[in-house]
Ligand binder design. Structure first.
Ligand code: SAH
Ligand code: SF4
Length: 384
């Protein structure tokens, strides 16, 4: 065959799959079967799609079509059950994806939690014969770019620089690999997705949104269990508010005034707090929805009670909660993690002002899987 250009099926919506099938002289229902095989059955190669005739599978391969499922290059398992995956794409580029059993506490206090826990005990007749499978909860943390261009001073991903954007298929592929690895059953297990891995999702906006649509419409995950985090790409916050299908929004605040924010997040010079907070105020929240503000506590930099009071002033009148994260250390990070007492004082100050403030526990610290640690670390050494 020699020179067949490779094209990846993952990431293609039903319309495009239909075009492919039509071009190959196939009826439209073949596209549906293909769509189902990719996103529901989560099959990793064209040869495995037994719902399609052998001849069609051969035809697809001959035309250079591949599923495009990322490969697990390395898998690190933490003592707390967190798994960090190094996933490799067709061109050799790798990114990280993290599986956190039971979530990371970020979804604590979210309203959706108890409602369907009740329906799950009310089992279907099928469950009577076989032992009822136990519903599991987990959170998958996805990368939207390889590396990141934003350059926050406390984040190890920044040290990679931006390598490239991920395609919609590469974002969806991360989810499918991890779901397969854990034998997750959509509809039984409760899976949250957070776009909080490598990269700034709002600087890869189109692919990010295309991935969200596929994850909701094709894979069957709920947009209510998805959260995207942005460092504050202001014009995209407005665009995002207009999306019909969208995750919840988290904004990485990380400082209580412009002077400190500029120091820790240089992007604040482009979009300072006044603009960021105006975008947050204009954001169209749905019923019972809240904005999330993330705040990485850096010892002696942004973690005083005075800083907490400034945060209270910034958030006044907003329907919001705050996720506090004590800095996860990294070998090349210049900041220190505050003491539990300082963290508690900061949290208490917010809570007393009526702002729900949750402390996110670090997950997978020992395997460099925690927030801000994703730098494709291949060897594990003691954290300094
Ligand atoms: N680029 C997006 C999403 C990925 S980062 C963003 O910045 O929002 C996800 C979260 O991890 C952000 O809230 C970020 O502030 C936080 N984070 C980055 N480095 C961290 C570190 N070293 N310790 C704790 N949290 C960190
Ligand atoms: Fe990029 Fe987010 Fe890290 Fe900032 S915190 S460098 S935006 S990944």
């Amino acid at each position: 065959m020699g020179h067949v250009p490779q094209s990846e099926l993952l990431g293609q919506p039903i319309q495009q799959l239909t075009e492919i099938c039509t071009r190959l002289g196939q009826p439209a229902y073949r596209a549906r079967q293909l769509y189902d095989a990719l996103y529901h059955q989560r099959l990793a190669s064209v040869e495995l799609i037994t719902t399609l005739p052998v001849a069609l599978r051969q035809q697809l391969s001959a035309e250079g079509y591949q599923v495009g499922m990322p490969e697990v290059e390395q898998r690190f398992v933490s003592t707390d059950g967190t798994v960090r995956y190094l996933l490799r794409f067709a061109d050799g580029q790798s990114v990280e994806t993290v599986w956190m059993p039971e979530g990371d506490g970020a979804e604590d206090g979210d309203e959706v939690v108890s409602a369907d826990a009740a329906t799950q005990t009310n089992d279907s007749p099928a469950a009577a014969s076989a032992p009822a499978p136990i519903s599991r909860r987990a959170t998958i943390c996805l990368s939207s770019q390889a590396g990141c261009a934003v350059n926050c001073r406390f984040c190890m991903t920044a040290l990679l620089g931006l390598q490239r954007n991920l395609s919609a298929g590469e974002i969806v592929g991360q989810v499918l690999v991890v779901l397969n690895d854990h034998h997750v059953e959509i509809g039984r297990d409760r899976v949250n997705l957070v776009f909080m891995g490598q990269g700034e999702p709002f600087l890869n906006y189109e692919n990010f949104i295309a991935a969200v649509r596929l994850l909701v419409e094709a894979v069957g995950l709920s947009e209510q269990r998805m959260t995207v985090s942005t460092s504050g790409i202001v014009p995209r916050i407005a665009d995002f508010g207009r999306e019909a299908i969208r995750p919840g929004l988290a904004i990485s605040l990380n400082a209580s005034n412009d002077a400190v924010r500029e120091q820790v997040m240089p992007i604040n010079r482009k979009w300072p707090l006044a603009e960021l907070m105006a975008a947050a105020r204009a954001f169209p929240l749905r019923q019972r929805e809240r904005l999330t503000f993330e705040y990485v506590l850096l010892d002696g930099v942004n973690d005083s009670v005075e800083n907490a009071r400034e945060v209270i002033a910034l958030l006044r009148g907003l329907r919001a909660k705050v996720n506090l994260i004590a800095l996860n250390p990294g070998p090349e990070i210049a900041y220190r993690t505050p003491s539990p007492e300082r963290v508690a004082a900061f949290q208490q100050t917010l809570m007393r002002a009526g702002i729900p403030a949750f402390l996110r526990r670090p997950r997978g610290l020992d395997i460099y899987a925690a927030c801000g640690q994703l730098k494709r670390t291949r060897q594990l050494t003691q954290l300094g």
